[in-house]
Design a protein around this ligand. Structure first.
Ligand code: 4AD
Length: 456
């Protein structure tokens, strides 16, 4: 259908005085004695376009005066009040009518209410802004890695090995109840892949294989976690960015993560001015200043052991007790980022018992070369490490965890055939979006959240 996007209507000054055709959904409809007004949005931009109807012209407009109706309007684009533009309508065609029970009324709905209608909430200002920032962030991530010569690789979503070893894999099967099977092996032998398979929790293991061939790679795809974590920052299906780099040691991993995060935030601040002003006004006062501040300073770096000392000396009454060896909970992460450093902080060198088998073992015999990036308001958004490149040490770590070696035979081969120091990290895309927009629940930065007990 020939028409002009509303974003072009707002940005192309040459259109003023011209006849234009625009399409969109009615966001508000106002009627007075001689005039009527529609606020139209076609999703291409956050602000609505005002359509002015002079009733004396006799054009048919009544059927368009319903929230949610979709319409096509032809008219003259003129300068409006407040320095903007508006369309003096000459004809209006209703493309799709909308009944009065349309759930998105003019008032501002709560995010909880909007979660009950994933198919419609994309039409609200909040989701218009979230989804545009999401799209710009995704593009910025590709730009960042592409401009530095990283190769974008796609790792498999169906896998036979659990990368994090945490047993949080969704199972992939075509078999139903099999009463004749005598054992699990027997059951899986008859399944589609002839062995147990699941949805990947991370593309890292295959990413390492690609990095051992191409040097610098990144992945950007979905990961799946069957974690029973009903929290504001856990999804069962999330998007995961995982760079993996040959010859990269822990300090290099930290440098890459900081540089990438700063680059993508700078891009959003420069590209999404209206959306970021919206989040600043409605979600977090001072958001833009906070992000500007973040990217203009070095991130802090703090050893896990020091973080524990700070937490223990804080005098805070944490829900989860703090001892050396414990995993940091969100309340601890946020305390470190918000109260101690007041900025983004990399926590490094965690106890080996609470981290994955593949991390490089430090000389102290107690810690591994892990790094998490903690940010105020969210907690952890990045988890990464230098990888254990030594075959014997890696096998020992797997034995300590009671892991079978066979499913990891290819991965272990990397340590036999020209092993090199290497490392990388995983960035949770939705957690990054939360941090950049100030939206506090991960269910509200993706249109169709998959969480425990919910798959609409
Ligand atoms: O810390 P994680 O588990 O690390 C890995 O998966 C590594 N294999 C990454 C690597 O080194 N290549 O996860 C990485 C990030 C977390 O910091 C978090 O941002 C995100 O993935 N994440 C989740 N995001 C939403 N919902 C969940 N259930 C998530 N689990 C992890």
């Amino acid at each position: 259908m020939k028409h002009t996007d509303i974003r072009d209507i707002f940005s192309d000054a040459a259109l003023v005085g011209q006849e234009v055709t625009v399409c969109g959904w009615v966001r508000t409809a106002r009627n007075s004695k001689t005039m009527a007004f529609l606020a139209l949005n076609d999703g291409t931009t956050l602000p609505h376009l005002q359509i002015v109807i002079d009733k004396s012209t006799g054009i048919a407009f009544e059927d368009a005066m319903h929230l949610g109706a979709s319409v096509k309007v032809t008219g003259t684009l003129v300068a409006g009040q407040n320095g903007g533009v508006e369309v003096n309508a000459a004809s209006i065609t209703v493309l799709g009518s909308c009944p009065a029970e349309y759930p998105l009324q003019k008032k501002r709905h709560t995010l909880e209410f909007l979660r009950t209608m994933p198919h419609l909430r994309g039409r609200t200002n909040t989701f218009n802004a979230v989804l545009r920032v999401r799209s710009v962030l995704a593009s910025a991530i590709h730009q960042y890695f592409q401009s530095k010569g990283y190769v974008y690789v796609n790792t498999p979503l169906i896998t036979g090995s659990d990368c994090e070893g945490a047993g949080e894999m969704f199972q992939v099967t075509t078999q139903g109840f099999a009463p004749d099977c005598k054992s699990a092996e027997d059951y899986y032998a008859g399944d589609f892949f002839g062995q147990r398979a699941g949805l990947s929790v991370s593309g890292q293991l295959e990413g390492e294989m690609a990095a051992m061939a191409l040097g610098k790679i990144y992945t950007f795809g979905p990961s799946f976690r069957a974690e029973n974590s009903n929290t504001p920052k856990h999804l069962a299906e999330f998007w995961h960015i995982e760079p993996e780099v040959a010859f990269m040691e822990l300090p290099d991993v930290i440098e890459l993560a900081e540089d990438m995060v700063k680059y993508v935030i700078r891009t959003v601040l420069d590209t999404c001015k209206e959306e970021m002003a919206f989040f600043d006004a409605h979600f977090e006062k001072g958001l833009i200043d906070r992000l500007e501040e973040l990217i203009s300073h070095d991130f802090a770096v703090c050893e896990y052991t020091e973080a524990i000392r700070l937490l223990k000396g804080s005098g805070e009454d944490f829900q989860y007790p703090v001892e050396w060896g414990c995993d940091l909970q969100t309340e601890h992460e946020r305390y470190i980022a918000e109260k101690v450093f007041k900025k983004a902080v990399f926590v490094t060198n965690y106890p080996k018992e609470i981290k994955s088998f593949y991390m490089k073992q430090n000389a102290d015999g107690k810690t591994v070369a892990a790094v998490d990036l903690l940010v105020p308001g969210v907690g952890e958004i990045i988890g990464g490490s230098e990888r254990e490149a030594d075959y014997d040490k890696l096998v020992a770590a797997m034995h300590e965890r009671g892991m079978a070696l066979e499913p990891y035979a290819d991965y272990l081969d990397l340590r036999r055939y020209g092993s090199v120091p290497h490392g990388g990290f995983g960035l949770g895309f939705e957690r990054l979006i939360m941090y950049v927009t100030g939206v506090q629940n991960i269910r509200d930065v993706t249109l169709f959240p998959r969480t425990v007990g919910s798959i609409r």
